[in-house]
Design a protein around this ligand. Structure first.
Ligand SMILES: *Cc1c(COP(=O)(O)O)cnc(C)c1O
Length: 374
């Protein structure tokens, strides 16, 4: 039987043609495709009064987003322990410390009540992440940030294409980041973007993504470069290349089918799996979301047997995530009561999930799960 992988990229003729064109253009670095990609992202998410910068990865976007927020040595950043390692490492890279907050048991996003007790004079920013197919309570996040005068970095790596209360993700946050790595809703193979509110913040990102060089992006967007420039601030090699932007542009044109097919697949899985009493399915009807991950929760102690049962039937599964405070590097970090995170960390398992999943594939996954519990 054909194996069913955890992820399956939607790379078709359009992406391959776009990549070929970009390779043949004769300008491999940051250039015209990057400018088009940034503009298309801006239009797609409706961030018309904001500024969009493409960078090399989601991790780079987080690192630069934190620097734009003024985070540095001696500062603290509140973040859920239930998150991607990229976020924790981005905080460390600025010289600041992550402070681990618990998640809400229903949304698996940040529990703002528990975040209250973590705020200290050193707290500079809060990272909030939309998990899998769920969204944070962004209105409450905004109120929280306002109350404590904090910058918000919205990790929207999982929610590209989704809407919160009718507003596109990316259109309303203080600082918003997307990842377009190989497995995300759309991919640039590797890539990320930052969406910020001021032209000054955009200028900082433009310099920092190009090893601190003050050469205008406008020149590079014409597939040219300036030979004289000033260097005024710390920088990294974090820009996006034309090839990656070209692939991203081809992907972006497919958002309608990506959203529809993923939403349909998620609903199908929930409808079937919610009948099995041992399984907790995501608490959403997927209205207005472009689901990234489909996860379920199992009774504690069942996960390894469950994953093995599916593996022998050719079905891969994943774990998103091992909580941050379980890792050696972060054991000493400040934290709130993390009981929900500890519980969910042991129960959670991700099922194979991608765009354009066939009913046959979904049925095979569902049958394998039902046979485990039978
Ligand atoms: C993928 C991901 C990142 C990191 O993005 P990369 O592009 O892989 O560097 C950060 N946060 C979350 C929630 C992610 O899923």
């Amino acid at each position: 039987m054909e194996p069913i992988p955890m992820y399956k990229p939607l790379i078709e003729k359009e992406e391959i043609d776009a990549a070929k064109e970009a390779l043949e253009m004769g300008w491999l670095g940051m250039g015209s495709y990057v400018a088009k990609f940034e503009e298309s992202i801006k239009q797609y998410v409706g961030a018309t009064n904001k500024y969009v910068a493409a960078v090399s990865t989601g991790h780079a976007a987080l690192h630069l987003g934190l620097l734009v927020a003024g985070v540095g040595r001696g500062d603290e950043v509140i973040i859920t322990s239930f998150n991607n390692v990229a976020d924790f490492q981005a905080i460390l890279a600025t010289g600041a410390e992550p402070v681990f907050c618990d998640i809400d048991d229903n949304t698996l996003c940040i529990d703002l009540q528990k975040a209250e007790e973590l705020v200290s004079p050193k707290t500079k920013a809060i990272i909030v992440m939309d998990y899998g197919c769920m969204l944070c309570d962004h209105d409450s996040v905004e109120a929280f940030a306002h109350k404590y005068d904090l910058r918000v970095i919205h990790d929207a790596a999982h929610s590209f294409g989704s809407k919160y209360k009718g507003k596109m993700i990316g259109s309303f946050s203080d600082i918003c980041m997307f990842s377009f790595d190989p497995v995300k809703n759309i991919t640039c193979i590797d890539g990320g973007t930052l969406i910020v509110e001021t032209g000054e913040e955009l200028r900082m990102i433009h310099e920092m993504r190009l090893i601190g060089m003050g050469q205008p992006s406008a020149v590079m967007y014409k597939n040219q470069r300036a030979w004289t420039y000033e260097v005024q601030r710390i920088g990294f090699r974090y820009h996006m290349a034309n090839l990656h932007a070209a692939i991203g542009l081809a992907q972006l044109k497919k958002m309608k089918i990506i959203t529809e097919s993923r939403r349909l697949a998620a609903r199908y899985l929930s409808e079937e799996l919610r009948r099995t009493p041992e399984i907790i399915t995501p608490k959403t009807d997927f209205h207005d979301t472009t689901p990234f991950l489909y996860y379920i929760r199992l009774p504690e102690g069942k996960r390894e047997g469950f994953r093995e049962h599916l593996r022998t039937r050719g079905i891969d599964t994943g774990i998103h995530w091992q909580p941050g405070h379980w890792f050696a590097l972060f054991k000493g970090c400040k934290k709130s009561d993390l009981s929900a995170t500890d519980r969910v960390g042991k129960e959670i398992v991700s099922l194979p999930f991608h765009s354009r999943m066939s009913t046959e594939t979904l049925d095979r996954i569902i049958d394998a799960i039902k046979s485990f519990f039978a």
